[in-house]
Design a protein around this ligand. Sequence first.
Ligand code: FES
Length: 120
Amino acid sequence: MPARPGGRRSPVIDHFNHLKLKESDIMAKAKITFTDIDQTVNVPAGTRVIEVSEKIGAGIIYGCREGDCGTCMMHVEEGWNNLTEPSVLEEKVLRENMASRHDRLACQAQILGDCRVKPA
Ligand code: FES
């Protein structure tokens, strides 16, 4: 990625670097399917699941959107490894909410590749 005038990189690239995403991840597209409404959407890699769910009217409900309340728990049917790793806070909230093995918080999980999800 070329540097901006003055030697600074884009704040967007800095943000994705902070999230430990590679440049190829940023430019990539991925497909996410919400099986409760049978809708598949192409999204830029790095998009949070809740943003897409809300936009297309899937059934994943939410509260805080900060990974704190556990309301947005979803079940990942396929593509578990195509989401960003859960943070320590997300793992704690999932444990507190007795999540099953492939449940995630839709407000925290970012899409890196194709996946299929539904409300938990
Ligand atoms: S909306 Fe509260 S944890 Fe996701």
